[in-house]
Design a protein around this ligand. Structure first.
Ligand SMILES: CC(C)(COP(=O)(O)OP(=O)(O)OC[C@H]1O[C@@H](n2cnc3c(N)ncnc32)[C@H](O)[C@@H]1OP(=O)(O)O)[C@@H](O)C(=O)NCCC(=O)NCCS
Length: 187
C-alpha cells in the first residue's frame, strides 16, 4: 500500500535539516513516545481535544500499531547528520458509523510549526487514503484552532458545524464517490 521511498523530501532552510514524510513503521513506539512527550501542553491539547500529560504506554502501543486494513499513519522526520527525529505525525482511523469514512488527526512539533510540515503530512495522508480506497476524510477541530482550519482549507477540506458540539468545527473532504465500493475494510 505504501511507496518504499519517502513521500516528500525537502531541505529545511532554517535548520539545514532534511525533512521527509514516510509511513509509520508498525511497532515504532519509541519514536512516537519521544515525539508526543516533547510536545507542549498546548499542542497536546489541540491534538487530543483536552489536557493530556504523558500518554499511557497502552495508548502509545495502540498508536504504533495502526490497523493496516482500515488505518494509516505518517511520520515527518527531520534528519541532521546521522540523526533522524520525528517532528510531526498524522493518521486516520476508521469511523465505526460510516464505512469508507476515516477520521484524521495531525500534529507538528512546536518548533516546526508554520513551516509546511502539516501541509506535507496532510498531503501524504490523503494519498494513503486514496490508495486504501477511502471515500471521505474528516476531522473535528476546535473552533479557535486557526492554524488547523487554515491548513485544512488550503488542502481542500470543507468546514461545517459539528453535529453535537458547538466548540468544534468539522472539516471534511470527499475523495471518491460514496457509492463506489471501498477497497479498504472499515469496522
Ligand atoms: C495545526 C498544525 C498541524 C499545522 O501544522 P503546520 O506545520 O504548522 O502547518 P503548515 O506550516 O503546513 O501550514 C499552516 C498554515 O496555517 C497558517 N497559520 C499558522 N498559524 C496560524 C494562525 N494562528 N492563524 C491563522 N493561520 C495560521 C500558516 O500561515 C499556514 O498557512 P500558509 O501556508 O497559507 O501561510 C500545527 O499547528 C499543530 O500541530 N498544532 C497542534 C495540534 C493540532 O492543532 N492538531 C489539529 C488537530 S486535528
Amino acid at each position: 500500500m505504501w511507496p518504499r521511498a519517502a513521500t516528500n523530501t525537502a531541505a529545511h532552510p532554517a535548520r539545514m535539516a532534511a525533512l521527509s514524510v514516510r509511513p509509520l513503521r508498525r511497532g515504532e513506539s519509541a519514536s512516537l513516545r519521544a515525539f508526543f512527550s516533547a510536545l507542549s501542553p498546548a499542542a497536546r491539547r489541540w491534538r487530543f481535544h483536552g489536557a493530556v500529560n504523558e500518554l499511557p504506554s497502552a495508548w502509545i502501543e495502540r498508536l504504533a500499531h495502526p490497523d493496516p486494513h482500515s488505518e494509516a499513519a505518517v511520520l515527518a522526520e527531520a534528519t541532521e547528520g546521522d540523526e533522524a527525529r520525528p517532528v510531526g505525525e498524522a493518521r486516520y482511523v476508521a469511523d465505526g458509523a460510516a464505512p469508507g469514512t476515516r477520521e484524521l488527526a495531525v500534529v507538528v512539533a512546536d518548533g516546526w510549526q508554520g513551516r509546511g510540515v502539516g501541509t506535507a503530512l496532510l498531503h501524504a495522508l490523503e494519498q494513503a487514503a486514496r490508495r486504501q480506497g477511502v471515500q471521505r476524510l474528516f476531522g473535528d477541530v476546535q473552533r479557535d484552532n486557526l492554524a488547523m482550519l487554515a491548513l485544512a482549507g488550503r488542502a481542500g477540506f470543507e468546514t461545517s458545524g459539528h453535529p453535537t458540539d458547538p466548540t468544534l468545527v468539522r472539516i471534511a473532504k470527499q475523495l471518491a464517490d460514496a457509492t463506489a465500493p471501498a477497497s479498504g475494510r472499515g469496522r
